[in-house]
Design a binder for this molecule. Sequence first.
Ligand code: TYD
Ligand code: MG
Length: 461
Amino acid sequence: MAAKARSVFRCTECGAEQPKWSGRCDACQAWNALVEEAPARPRARRGAAGGGARGGPGPGPEPVRLDGIAADRAPRHRTGLAEFDYVLGGGIVPGSLVLVGGEPGIGKSTLLLQVAARLEAAGVPTLYASGEESPEQVRLRADRLTEPAGAVHVLAETAIERVIEHAERLGARAVVVDSIQTAYTAELEGAPGNVGQVRECAARLMRFAKEEGPAVLLVGHVTKGGGIAGPKTLEHIVDTVLYFEGESTLDHRILRATKNRFGGVDEIGVFEMTAAGLLPVANPSAAFLAARHEGLSGSAVTALMEGTRPVLVEIQALAARAGFGTPQRVSAGVDHRRLAVLLAVLERRAGLPFGDLDVFVNVVGGMRLSEPSSDLAVVAALISSVRDRALPAEALFVGEVGLGGEVRAVPGVERRLAEAAHHGFRRAFVGTRTGGRQALPPGFELVRVEDLGDLAHRLAA
Ligand code: TYD
Ligand code: MG
């Protein structure tokens, strides 16, 4: 009787909906990103209680005054995995939906199995639903961990209704869904992993978490572009988005909150991948500087503010005579456009030509530079490399570089310098406007740099 509902096309990059297929998304201009999304089948009627007279949603909650709402805040579930709890803002909030994104192989399943084991040990009944691995494979992984995971219930299931049903039956207070891309609901057409499926499954789990109170942790695979595969819109649905990153060839893993309804964002937690699972790294600065060789040209240290914590990282630069053709610009952890700007500014304002040199820049330990405060360190590393002359020992570089070559002060200098002093640094190159002396760690020297010409001059002295 109802006309056949028409399917729509949804962009897997931005989630925009379009009536017709085309090669390029009208909203975000991404190519080949539109996929057909089948219309939802009408939901089964829920009898008389379900709908109002005109088929509306029926009676719902009444508005209430804020001060009339009981604030029965359930305590957070602490896993005791220090860095994980820290990034979440002090543990997992009951009834929250947390998305853990990351590239395949980075350690998401390992992390969440450890979390499940610890929750279970803390008396929180936990269900681990895996659509990617068999229970035997999960068991093998669990055997490697230091956490005893024996009490965790494992379910090899991808139908989201059945996952929720089992969670209810078990009385689970925490549910891990690994991964949201393998989950599907029979109410939508289309294969698991398509945008409609992923969004609908996440929405179901959200309702389940809000209505019945368990915490739900979703694994989401990240595409090469960096988005959680398929729908960016998933990030809007969930309460908290954590990204797990690092280079799978290195041991360090960085967990970063990019959205958190229950805590700060941009806090990071650092882990080390060992044979027995992920171990929290209590002192990230020490870990990132561990392999540093002082006295090597092209190496500079800066202090990043990661959320509220300062973290020291080493930046390495190598400038070498280019072979044929256009010189290469290769960077890891540094935005390549930012690098291009800094090279241009160095050339114009400090007279250091990089035009016919290959330039490679790397942030040690798999960290990414996301603030301009690291500009000065990148530039110092480049100057040091092109002159093949090591930077002064025990020196930190903190400052933003403007297009005029001027070096600007950055926020949070005291905390950055305190962290540096704690790790044996004795001086810092900073912008001229950097605040008063009183905040300096004892015995610490500030070298105020006007601009890049000034920096190049001082480093040559
Ligand atoms: P995994 O958690 O499967 O990654 P993801 O779920 O993000 O795809 O783990 C990735 C890698 O970690 C895998 O190659 C094996 C390694 N690993 C360890 O080094 N130590 C361990 O204790 C475990 C369980 C895994
Ligand atoms: Mg996995």
